[in-house]
Write a protein that binds this ligand. Structure first.
Ligand SMILES: Cc1ncc(C[n+]2csc(CCOP(=O)(O)OP(=O)(O)O)c2C)c(N)n1
Ligand SMILES: [Mg+2]
Length: 290
């Protein structure tokens, strides 16, 4: 099983075949639909920042991240910290699809008594490695976990995902210095650079560019790619794995709300209300290839 604890080195040996690419694309469509459905069933949620991550989560959980849904706390697993914890719904769709918990849980999203809160909580959801939502803090925790793995001589990788708006937090850059100083080359981090945050366009709120240049200046091995392109994602992850001595940042240019016609690229799609009827309409559009 690609992505399982036993066979995850497979992707390190092989270039992606056309068939594997087709399977990932189909899986991403499925996870996008499940995410639109879950938030639509509730009626409101972080649809924009969830949909910009679908390709990344797909390639991680179906090709690169060592995990075992039957044993979410397996010591040898790769860790994943979704520091932009408000994108929990995209991760929940992925974890459900992978078998960490029943798919029916997706319709309990953010309702009373749920095990799937709007922001990630490691005490509630199987497969969540860190509680996140206060922007910046998850990334610091991630760098601490990577340091702990090194101390324990655990060869697992630490994957972390931050937002571009989140990168306005000073705490991100403190963690960046800590990871570079400690040569935490077991970190493969991604910035979901979707150009938008809660209040509008990131370059108008507090401009980050040149973002890849900043990470390189902070001592990180840095790449910049299209975050919706599976082949670019695969190559970047393999390149990161092959490079030692520095933590890795992959800045992904993405589109907030990618793939949902009613919200793609809209500055208002951060925490958006939409009806379940609208969700079903868009899902039919996606299935029809529109
Ligand atoms: C410390 C902190 N300040 C403010 C917020 C409120 N908040 C939630 S999401 C968000 C914007 C995040 O933007 P970005 O990281 O770009 O996320 P994305 O575009 O992927 O949704 C803000 C300000 C928060 N969760 N934590
Ligand atoms: Mg953003």
């Amino acid at each position: 099983m690609p992505g399982s604890a036993d066979s995850a080195t497979r992707a390190e040996r092989e270039i992606m075949t056309a068939e594997e690419l087709r399977i990932l694309e189909a899986k991403a469509m499925d996870l996008r639909i499940k995410t639109i459905d879950a938030i639509g069933f509730l009626g409101v949620g972080h649809i924009g920042g969830s949909l910009s991550l679908i390709e990344l989560l797909t390639i991680l959980y179906y090709r690169h991240l060592k995990h075992d849904p039957a044993d979410p706390r397996l010591e040898s697993r790769d860790r994943l910290v979704l520091s932009k914890g408000h994108a929990g719904p995209a991760l929940y769709s992925t974890l459900a699809d992978r078998g960490f918990f029943p798919e029916e849980w997706l319709h309990t999203l953010n309702k009373g008594g749920t095990r799937l809160p709007s922001h990630c909580d490691r005490s509630k959801t199987p497969g969540i490695d860190m509680t996140t939502g206060s922007l910046g803090q998850g990334f610091s925790a991630a760098c601490g976990i990577a340091k702990a793995l090194k101390i324990k001589k655990n060869p697992a990788a630490l994957f972390a995902i931050i937002g571009d708006g989140e990168s306005n937090e000073g705490q991100i850059w403190e963690a960046a210095m800590f990871a570079a100083h400690n040569k935490l080359d077991n970190i493969i981090a991604f910035t979901d650079c979707n150009k938008l945050q809660i209040d509008g366009f990131t370059n108008e709120v507090l401009d980050l560019e040149n973002l890849d240049g900043k990470w390189a200046a902070f001592g990180w091995h840095t790449q910049r790619i299209n975050g919706h392109d599976f082949e670019a994602l695969d190559k970047a992850i393999l390149t990161a794995k092959a490079h030692s001595g520095q933590p890795h940042m992959i800045v992904m240019d993405t589109i907030k709300g990618k793939g949902a016609s009613f919200c793609e690229g809209l500055a208002t799609n951060h925490n958006m209300a939409y009806s379940y009827e609208k969700a079903l309409e868009v899902i039919a559009e996606i299935r029809g290839g529109k």
